[in-house]
Write a protein that binds this ligand. Structure first.
Ligand code: HEM
Length: 119
């Protein structure tokens, strides 16, 4: 099976590196780090790795909550959402993911916006 983005880029090892690099950026971002102050980041890295893996055609090991539930009551704005997407884009670029595949991934993530952002 080499037909999924999950397999193309080396499976869990790669996506765990991407997730951990992504949260480093999140914690360095003045705009959004405050959301993550009391959060166990290692647990989040593991959930995010499994979430991305599943979304990109890999095995389903995601044991986190439903996205709408996980982000409820946080008052996340559209601007905050865009910041997270930008940081994810950087992490994907730094891992060597091709531009066309980054666009595919970001458009899938963009589709999750209404579950995450306060309307
Ligand atoms: C861009 C799309 C996003 C995706 C795919 C995503 C995905 C996830 C996932 C899979 C979890 C783990 C859920 C769990 O542990 O049960 C999570 C938790 C979390 N996310 Fe997001 N997220 C996104 C955007 C955002 C944004 C924009 C913010 C804030 C600026 C944010 C803040 C958080 C926080 C603070 C948690 C931890 C919640 C907790 O443990 O109580 N997320 N996210």
């Amino acid at each position: 099976m080499s037909d999924t983005l999950f397999n193309k880029y080396g499976g869990f090892e790669t996506f765990s590196t991407i997730a951990s690099n992504f949260y480093k950026k999140v914690l360095d971002s003045e705009k959004i780090e405050h959301y993550f102050r009391d959060i166990d980041i290692n647990r989040l890295i593991s959930h995010q790795t499994n979430f991305l893996a599943k979304a990109l055609g890999g095995p389903d090991k995601y044991k986190g909550r439903d996205l709408a539930l996980a982000h409820a009551n946080m008052n996340i704005s559209s601007e905050d959402f865009n910041e997270v997407v930008e940081l994810l884009e950087e992490a994907l670029e730094e891992a060597g993911v091709e531009e066309a595949d980054i666009l595919t991934i970001l458009s899938a993530i963009g589709g999750l916006k209404e579950q995450i952002v306060m309307l």
